[in-house]
Write a protein that binds this ligand. Structure first.
Ligand SMILES: Cc1ncc(COP(=O)(O)O)c(C=O)c1O
Length: 397
């Protein structure tokens, strides 16, 4: 069958694939502890659901402006002002089907074939794929567990060349949990200004920071930087709304217009009633978010303590998001039930099939010795899952 080169080159999302496998096993009756998913286990708060139901009853079921209903764009403008010290006009906001879609739009309007995009590694699996879909070339900047996966501005500078167009920032980071300090962001911002580059700043985990870490939007550091930054955010993580598919980009007006034009020829507007739900999420009470933050902080302590107990497993203390990212490289090359576990993908497979634990292999994130454990699940499940991991590791020889 003939398919485009573009289609043939796409790597499907390994996190979604693992989640599908874990869910299929569960359907077969297997007791699975799923550390694989990147979504809060909480239900969408009631007042948000009510807003969608109300919108439905009021007949708000028609096409909306491509970039989103004015009420939602206004709520986003107010949120960016309130939480991030960022001032935008409504015309600079583009609402899309999740932050993933916002990122796609951003790469499509900023990257030409052959352009390079600097990406900190380990990285969220989607970034390099979306860069390639735009014809661009991902250029990775390694970060190290020993430094808490800090993104060193000097290392970023080394990767900037004549074809560099964009630096991608993701703080707090998936999968490492790294939170970039203001001073590093300022140094990276300076690089962008000096080399005439754009920044795409994915801030979807902004509300999940711990140990006194502060989330800073690079766009807020300097008005010139705001002009060169596409800020990406969304409802999925902060409001437990992964299935609703509402994300957004904030950018200089010409970029926002280009993203809107692109979207007008692909998906058009986000589901009308989901947009009304998003208005309620942003403009309504933030109490459910606070409760979720407290639960994540407790779970984080628990999983880090459990991981610290595992022999020969190294784990750094992530400052944000809801992932622990331990290095299990010492177990690779050992045997489990007579079979060599050469790669972390095989270790993930063993965990899933032998004890029903789903964790995402780091290979897809550019970190081949690591496993990503989402702690967006209950404390009892975390304890039980870690007990099973310990059992498998103890049986490896
Ligand atoms: C770093 C990061 N950015 C963006 C997203 C996309 O979120 P959504 O498309 O659900 O808004 C995710 C989801 O896992 C993520 O981890």
């Amino acid at each position: 069958m003939h398919m485009s080169q573009r289609a043939l080159k796409i790597n499907p999302s390994p996190t979604l694939a693992l989640d599908a496998k874990a869910k299929a096993l569960r359907q077969e009756g297997v007791d699975v502890v799923n550390f694989g998913v990147g979504e809060p286990d909480f239900d969408t708060p009631e007042h948000i659901k009510e807003a969608a139901i109300r919108a439905l009853r009021e007949g708000r079921t028609k096409y909306t402006p491509v970039a989103g209903i004015p009420e939602l764009r206004r709520a986003i403008v107010e949120k960016l002002h309130r939480d991030n010290a960022l001032d935008y006009a409504e015309g600079q906001i583009v609402v899309s089907a999740g932050a993933k879609h916002s990122l796609y739009n951003a790469f499509q309007v900023l990257v030409d074939p052959g352009d390079e995009v600097v990406i900190p590694a380990p990285y969220w699996v989607t970034y390099p794929e979306q860069v390639r879909l735009a014809g661009g070339i991902p250029v990775f900047v390694p970060t190290r567990a020993e430094d808490g996966f800090r993104l060193d501005p000097a290392a970023v500078a080394e990767r900037i060349g004549p074809r560099t167009r964009v630096i991608l920032l993701n703080s707090p980071s998936n999968p490492t949990g790294a939170v970039y300090p203001r001073s590093d962001l300022a140094a990276i911002g300076e690089l962008a200004l000096r080399h005439d580059l754009y920044l795409i700043s994915d801030e979807i985990y902004e509300h999940l920071v711990y140990d006194g870490a502060e989330h800073v939007s690079v766009a807020a550091l300097d008005p010139q930087l705001r002009e060169r930054t596409v800020v990406i955010n969304g409802m999925s993580k902060a409001y437990a709304m992964t299935g609703w598919r509402v994300g957004y980009a904030a950018a200089a007006a010409p970029l926002a217009k280009a993203m809107t034009d692109l979207q007008s020829q692909s998906t058009s507007n986000v589901t009308s009633i989901a947009q009304w739900a998003a208005v309620a999420a942003l403009a309504g009470t933030q109490e459910p978010l606070r409760r979720m933050q407290e639960a994540f902080a407790r779970r984080r302590e628990l999983i880090l303590a459990e991981l610290a107990e595992l022999p020969r497993v190294r784990v750094s203390r992530p400052g944000g998001a809801f992932y622990a990212f331990p290095d299990l490289g010492d177990y690779l090359g050992r045997r489990f039930e007579g079979r060599e576990v050469a790669e972390v993908d095989m270790l993930a497979e063993v965990l899933l099939t032998a004890v029903g634990v789903a964790a995402v292999p780091g290979s897809g994130f550019g970190a081949p010795g690591y496993l990503r454990f989402s702690y967006a699940l209950g404390e009892e499940a975390i304890r039980e899952g870690m007990r099973r991991v310990r059992e498998v590791l103890a049986r490896m020889e």
